[in-house]
Design a protein around this ligand. Structure first.
Ligand code: RIB
Length: 309
């Protein structure tokens, strides 16, 4: 019986050290940036926050270090309507760190130290078995150990919990894991890595989606940057354009999309409407700096959408 929180997110927590520069340094080159900030991030935490702020009933399975950053992240997550009961504090380890450069076009490059995120073990996942079984959906990414992602997907599948995988950052995945996923949300690069099909247009997006359907995934959403999203539901494909805004920083745009998407799906919105809701959330996020500081609240998403009609 589905009695626990409606959504469980499993994933990473990082402190993002963000440096804004006019352009990325070349190998061997040193450049001075014009702005530096530390903000909370991590794909898992960003998606959990996006779900919480957009209105989901959400619990987060994750790990922080036993440091000041970990304590502050936990406090902030609670303010963002995230149940942190399943966030473990790992003794003797540091909270994950991401080092991020943002260039003048709002693009970013990221290097990560996993820290406590690497301690999220299959045993920890098994300890949250009833929580996953009781949830209506499980949302995951790939900044956590793959054996733990697999363990969570197996528990979800045996209890009819909808499994949503945002396969970022790009990693090779087993067919065993992919067969347990109900909805997958790669970007073009990740889709190519998973399928071998270079996604350049709607036709190649449809081809890549079919490869993922053949691996057992019912719903494929390939995010196409400014061109929107290719939605393929059981092989029925269509492109759903996003909203045009002036981007200042795309960090966590994809995470915001995923968190808001699952909120909308759990509210019973049809996929096309859920994607439009998620597009709106991501459009707001790219107009703001940082990862979690950029994630909008529900009122902001509703107001944005109301202005489009
Ligand atoms: O998707 C953006 C996130 O990727 C950043 O917050 C950073 O922590 C990395 O995990």
């Amino acid at each position: 019986m589905k009695t626990a929180g409606q959504l469980v997110v499993l994933g990473s927590i990082n402190a993002d050290h963000i440096l804004n520069l006019e352009r990325f340094p070349a190998p061997g080159e040193t450049l001075t940036g014009h702005r530096y900030q530390v903000a909370f991030g991590g794909k898992g935490a960003n998606q959990a926050v996006a779900a919480g702020r957009s209105g989901a009933d959400i619990a987060f399975i994750a790990c922080v270090g036993d440091d000041d950053t970990g304590e502050r992240v936990r406090q902030q997550l609670q303010k963002d309507r995230v149940d942190i009961t399943p966030v473990s504090v790992v003794k003797g380890d540091a909270t994950g760190v991401a080092l991020i450069f943002v260039n003048g076009d709002g693009e970013n490059v990221i290097g990560i130290h996993a820290g406590a995120n690497s301690s999220l073990s299959p045993e920890m996942v098994q300890a949250e078995r009833e929580r996953i079984r009781g949830a209506r959906a499980l949302l995951m990414q790939l900044e956590s150990p793959l054996e733990s992602v697999l363990a969570a997907a197996q528990i979800a599948r045996e209890s009819d919990t909808l499994t949503v995988l945002n396969p970022a950052p790009a990693r090779a995945l087993s067919d065993e894991l992919l067969a347990l996923i109900d909805i997958i949300t790669p970007n073009e690069t990740e889709a190519e890595g998973l399928t071998g099909v270079a996604v350049k247009d709607d036709a190649s997006a449809a081809q890549a989606a079919q490869v993922l359907h053949d691996k057992g995934i019912k719903t494929v959403l390939i995010t196409l940057g400014k061109r929107g999203v290719w939605l393929s539901d059981n092989g029925n494909g269509q492109r759903i354009p996003g909203f045009t805004v002036k981007a200042v920083d795309t960090i966590a745009a994809g995470d915001t999309f995923n968190g808001a998407l699952v909120t909308a799906i759990l509210e019973g919105k049809a996929l096309v409407h859920a994607i439009r809701f998620a597009h709106a959330a991501a459009a707001i996020a790219v107009t703001r700096e940082g990862a979690q500081p950029s994630v909008p609240w529900r009122e902001e998403i509703d107001a944005f959408l109301a202005k489009q009609e």
